[in-house]
Design a protein around this ligand. Sequence first.
Ligand code: DQA
Length: 254
Amino acid sequence: MTKIYEVRGVRIGEGRPKIIVPIVGKDKKAILEKARSFEGLPIDVVEWRVDFYEDVFDISKVMDTLNELRMVLLEKPILFTFRTKNEGGEKEISMEEYTRLNKVVANSGLVDLIDVEIFSGDEIVRENIENIHGANVLVVGSNHDFHQTPEKDELLRRLQKMQEMGADIPKIAVMPQTPADVLVLLSATYEMVSCFADRPIITMSMSSKGVISRMAGEVFGSSMTFGAVGQVSAPGQIPVEKLECVLDILHNAM
Ligand SMILES: O=C1C[C@@](O)(C(=O)O)C[C@@H](O)[C@@H]1O
């Protein structure tokens, strides 16, 4: 049986894939304005991509912006993500600082999920996961390849490693060169959920070639999908209203 997580009333791992929308503002004003614009849109979870924030290395400013973000978003679940330069993010960060940031944010009680890049060194990753779980926050394990799609066995190995390390929701995003690569990602997703996973996973094939993977999660086994309101945080994200429409068509057909 696959686990289901209930996060502020959103049931992850069940039914229609949940829509996550990133906030990629550079300053507090832009971040809060974007959050306000979400009212009434079909969004289940908001991701704050804090690596885009110009004051991200000042923890008191991060906390101040996060406090206000929580006030704007009310009961909407927040996924907190520092995407490192290595994995396609905006900024470099030392692992010590990454760990400290995630710990302070986890302990604040203001966020519901935190992204941890699993291939950053086992010891430091374990420390991150322990800190985050200690604060009763869920860990989204992550890995990105912005150049290619690894073989299916390698995708399965990475997703299983995330699960073994204790990530509550393993997630992988890869780049297709051909439509066959998209099939590899979908096939790995299906095999992972049918043979190995005891928890929800998230997968996507990026860019225009991979768009189908952002819509077909309910068919192949991806529990959440990233959509856009304005600026995207990765290639291939489609506007949330269109995304919702396709997710509903597939859901109602199943
Ligand atoms: O890990 C992911 C997935 C993502 O890269 C995507 O392809 O939609 C977008 C990122 O903002 C997020 O942190």
